[in-house]
Write a protein that binds this ligand. Structure first.
Ligand SMILES: O=C(CO)[C@H](O)[C@H](O)COP(=O)(O)O
Ligand SMILES: [Fe+2]
Length: 225
């Protein structure tokens, strides 16, 4: 099934609660929550207190993308703040297996993200344990960037690997996803689409519905876990 995960990084933080309710009511499947520490990525975004406040406004799936060094230090805190799924970067974990197991032990969905220049071979000894792989289609750190062309091929290769092994892991793409390129990414094998700018710029409800219509008009999509 294809899913839309609007990234709240592009929301108006002065009225975050209302904006979140608006996109959830319009049909957003996940809320994509980008946490940045200013070390792993240049920018600093927000953390647990913001998530806790939002948790009071919606029961939508919290898809938490951690762009922080050694995220294993904060797994319990993110669960308590309302995370349903946690994505950690392969590049930010000294002990990736331990970190993924810590997420799973908390009963949360576990995902690993790869930066654009990180090889798929980093997944060799962890893929079987994952609910989702996040392929970064821009360099992490900021919203509003242009999708990097060679990521279509990367997604295609990953889809072949996942299907070839008979696994059910979802493939999420994040960065520069628009109504113009989403179908090509669907054809490449991705099934969960993060969209920040292309949801929050302009009419949010209309944008969410437009993505959902593209999904509904496509046949099937990956079944997912
Ligand atoms: O992880 C991210 C940045 O590191 C964001 O999720 C991503 O950039 C979404 O924003 P946009 O759709 O505007 O590119
Ligand atoms: Fe993200």
């Amino acid at each position: 099934m294809y899913k839309l995960a609007p990234s709240i990084l592009s929301a108006d933080f002065s009225k975050l609660g209302e904006e979140v309710e608006e996109i959830v009511n319009a049909g957003a499947d996940y809320l994509h929550i980008d946490v940045m520490d200013g070390i792993f990525v240049p920018s600093i975004s927000f953390g647990m207190p913001v998530m806790k406040s939002l948790r009071k406004r919606t029961d939508c799936f919290f898809d938490v993308h951690l762009m922080i060094e050694e995220p294993i230090r904060y797994m319990n805190e993110f669960k308590e703040a309302g995370a349903d799924g946690i994505t950690v970067h392969a590049e930010s974990c000294k002990h990736l297996n331990r970190t993924v197991q810590a997420i799973k032990e908390l009963g949360l969905k576990a995902a690993v993200a790869l930066n654009p220049a990180t090889s798929l071979s980093c997944l060799d000894y962890i893929l079987e344990d994952l609910d989702m792989v996040l392929i970064m289609t821009v360099n992490p750190g900021f919203g509003g960037q242009k999708l990097i062309e060679n990521t279509y091929e990367k997604v295609r290769k990953l889809r072949e690997i996942i299907d070839g092994k008979g696994l059910k892991a979802d493939i999420q793409v994040d960065g520069g996803i628009t109504l113009q390129n989403v179908e090509r990414m669907m054809d490449s094998g991705a099934n969960i689409f993060v969209a920040g700018t292309s949801v929050f710029k302009g009419d949010k409800q209309k944008n969410v519905k437009a993505f959902k219509e593209v999904f509904a008009n496509a046949n099937g999509g990956h079944e997912g876990r």
